[in-house]
Design a protein around this ligand. Structure first.
Ligand code: DX5
Ligand code: ZN
Length: 216
C-alpha cells in the first residue's frame, strides 16, 4: 500500500512557520491542527494562519478541525486554502456533520470525519459514503507529544473493513503518538495516512524520518 505522511505543524516553531513547513517538503500532506479551547482544552491557530501558509507549500493542507460546531467555519477554511477538511463526529448533531461535509464538497475540497478514542467505529457509519478520508485519533485530541494508544488498532481495522464495503477509495488516517516504533501497527491495521508531529519535528534529519515513517 502507498503510505502517506502528514507531519503536524503543531510541533513546528510558530515564529518560523514558513521555514518549518519547507523542512517537510518531502511529505505528502501538511497536517494543520485547529483547536478552539472549547471542543478541546487547548487553543492553537485559525483561519488567518491557514491562509498565510497556503502560498509557502505545494503540498495539500490537511486541516483537522478540533472545534465545536465546525459547520459554521468549514467554508472559510476551504477559502483559506485547505485541501482536506476533517470534522469530529462528536462536535455537533449528525445533521450538522452531514451539512459540514456537504459544504466542504461544494467548495471542491476533500472532506472527512474524525473519531476520538472513546468513540466507537459504528459512529462513523452514517457518514462513510460521504467521506474522502476518515481519521482515527490515537491520542485524546488537544496536545502533541502524547503516548500512542495501541488499543485503537482494532478500531482502525474495523473501519478499514467497513470502508472496503461501502467506499474502498476512502483514505484512513491515524493521528497521535505515531513514530517509527508505532507506524507498523497502524499500517497493518489498514491506515494509509500517518500524522506525526513530534516524531518529525524532533528528528535531526527530517527527510530521513519522513522516509522511515513512509517505508517502515
Ligand atoms: C492532537 C493533534 C495531533 C498532534 C499529533 O490533538 O490532532 O495532530 O499534533 O502530535 P504527535 O505526533 O506529537 O502526537
Ligand atoms: Zn491532528
Amino acid at each position: 500500500m502507498n503510505i502517506k505522511i502528514a507531519p503536524s505543524i503543531l510541533s513546528a516553531d510558530f515564529a518560523n512557520l514558513e521555514r518549518d513547513i519547507r523542512k517537510i517538503d518531502t511529505a505528502d500532506y501538511v497536517h494543520v491542527d485547529i483547536m478552539d479551547g472549547e471542543f478541546v482544552p487547548n487553543i492553537s491557530i485559525g483561519i488567518p494562519v491557514v491562509k498565510a501558509i497556503r502560498p509557502v507549500t505545494d503540498l495539500p493542507l490537511d486541516v483537522h478541525l478540533m472545534i465545536a460546531k465546525p459547520v459554521r467555519y468549514v467554508e472559510q477554511f476551504c477559502d483559506a486554502g485547505a485541501d482536506l477538511v476533517t470534522v469530529h463526529v462528536e462536535s455537533d448533531f449528525p445533521e450538522n456533520i452531514h451539512a459540514a461535509l456537504e459544504k466542504i464538497h461544494a467548495k471542491g475540497k476533500r472532506a472527512g470525519i474524525v473519531l476520538k478514542p472513546n468513540t466507537r467505529a459504528e459512529a462513523a457509519l452514517p457518514y462513510l459514503k460521504e467521506c474522502d478520508i476518515v481519521l482515527v485519533m490515537t491520542v485524546e485530541p488537544g496536545f502533541g507529544g502524547q503516548k500512542f494508544m495501541a488499543d485503537m488498532m482494532p478500531k482502525v481495522a474495523q473501519l478499514r473493513a467497513m470502508l472496503d464495503e461501502v467506499n474502498p477509495d476512502c483514505e484512513l488516517e491515524v493521528d497521535g503518538g505515531v513514530d517509527t516504533a508505532t507506524r507498523d501497527a497502524c499500517v497493518n491495521a489498514g491506515a494509509n495516512v500517518l500524522v506525526a508531529g513530534s516524531a518529525v519535528y524532533k528528528a535531526s534529519d527530517i527527510p530521513a524520518k519522513i522516509k522511515a515513517l513512509r517505508e517502515g
